[in-house]
Design a binder for this molecule. Structure first.
Ligand SMILES: Cc1ncc(COP(=O)(O)O)c(C=O)c1O
Length: 421
């Protein structure tokens, strides 16, 4: 089918969409709402709502503390679901636990400590990485007397292999990068960059927050050492649902994470006098897991597995390509510029558009029931949800966006940004 800016073209794409039926697996109380913020907080699947109710009413309400016999396995169980369906990892390498921030701290410390023995004390990340990543790595470096080296990255195009290569040397212990950039959606070549990082003798740690559930990730095949990712975006597990971590099998016995909690103790209920880490991936647990959040991760990953990550990627590419084509046609003359890679294979499932009045425009869009978000310094960020978004949603959203920009109906919105953007 040749691209056309007519709405009927979007309808024909929807008619051919193999994933269309999955939309009805999600709660949609407001049928007029167009939701383009799946890369911030994913929608709620019916099955997840029912499973949470079951856990609350039965497991907690009736079973009480007896339910720990099954709950205790959940971080591993949900981890295997993420590993198998979403991140290309063989069993025994992924856990669902803690937050992204905490898991990054755990894995960065573990990597740095083992490399310190080899005289390596430099951490590399890029200056446009997500704030929590930069701050945690800054803190880890400060606490351990290490150096944090920031590679300059183009905000719209993502990390450059040459810039990374220039920063690598034999003092580098760890390189920590985002697979998909939070602002632009730029997709890094994980296998290629990991190879570079390994050639310099460093560990590669990948933040998968914006790729898990929208882009196929091959942790084992790419040789990644460590990874972290969240579950409240494309995995649709809900606000504050626990994150996941990956530690490559052969590294698990070499690394020692810094938070020695009882859930990572070999004989947890032996209540022994001192810490003796559990073998394998269990060493990377800390304390009591959030059970309600963890079952939501399990259900979210199962549902994405049913749709298939390859099909979700195909649809993500089609949705964002369509969005970019409409933006070129309609929005470029109204002061917008694409702030994401133009080539579909170089971006994840979201797109950013630059405009001088991006904050007010993003708020005006929400007023018109099109929910995207704003990112500094001047981006409207639009993140379709591949499992639920229709092509007509993209058409309708872009149509509203061009009207708002053309008649400047956003000008009554205060230019001061709210606390949450
Ligand atoms: C790339 C990236 N890393 C980390 C986080 C957040 O980490 P946490 O879940 O610990 O708040 C986000 C949140 O949007 C993110 O986009």
């Amino acid at each position: 089918m040749m691209f056309s800016a007519d709405r009927s073209y979007a309808e024909s794409l929807d008619a051919a969409d193999e994933l269309a039926a999955f939309r009805d697996r999600f709660i949609r109380p407001d049928h007029e709402l167009i939701y383009l913020d799946g890369n911030s907080l994913g929608p709620l699947p019916f099955r997840t709502q029912a499973r949470i109710a079951e856990v609350v009413d039965q497991d907690w309400g009736v079973g009480l503390v007896r339910s720990w016999d099954s709950w205790i396995e959940l971080p591993r169980q949900a981890g295997e679901m993420v590993a198998e369906h979403l991140v290309g990892a063989a069993p025994g390498q992924v856990l669902v636990c803690d937050s992204v921030t905490i898991n990054l701290y755990k894995l960065a410390c573990a990597a740095l400590d083992v490399q310190a023995g080899q005289g390596r004390n430099v951490i590399i990340t890029d200056d446009d990485n997500f704030p929590t990543d930069r701050y945690v790595l800054e803190g880890v470096a400060a606490q351990r007397g290490a150096e944090l080296r920031l590679v300059h990255t183009d905000m719209d195009h993502g990390i450059s292999e040459q810039a990374l290569a220039a920063a690598l040397d034999d003092r580098v212990a760890l390189v920590s990068l985002s697979h998909v950039a939070y602002r632009s959606g730029a997709l890094a070549d994980m296998a290629r960059l990991t190879e570079r990082i390994h050639a310099a003798g460093a560990f590669a740690l990948w933040d998968l927050c914006h790729s898990v559930g929208s882009v196929p990730v091959e942790l084992d095949a790419s040789g990644a050492d460590l990874a972290i990712g969240c579950t409240y975006k494309y995995v649709n597990a809900g606000p504050g649902a626990p994150a996941f971590l990956y530690v490559r099998g052969e590294l698990q016995e070499r690394l020692r994470q810094p938070i020695w909690g009882w859930f990572s103790q070999r004989d947890q209920f032996g209540m022994g006098p001192s810490y003796d880490p559990a073998p394998g991936i269990d060493q990377f647990l800390t304390g009591t897991p959030n059970i309600i959040g963890t079952v939501a991760v399990e259900e979210g990953a199962r549902l994405l597995g049913e749709a298939g990550i390859a099909k979700l990627r195909e649809k993500g590419v089609a949705l964002t390509s369509y969005l970019v084509a409409l933006a070129d046609d309609w929005l470029a003359p109204l002061g917008f510029a694409l702030a994401s890679p133009r080539e579909a294979e170089r971006r994840g499932a979201h797109v950013s558009l630059r405009h001088d009045d991006a904050w007010q425009i993003s708020q005006a869009l929400i007023r018109e029931k099109v929910v995207g978000d704003y990112r500094t310094p001047d981006r409207v960020r639009l993140g379709p949800v591949p499992i639920t978004t229709r092509f007509i949603d993209i058409w309708d959203a872009m149509d509203k966006l061009r009207r708002i920009a053309a008649d400047r109906s956003y000008e009554d919105i205060p230019a001061d940004q709210a606390r949450v953007t």
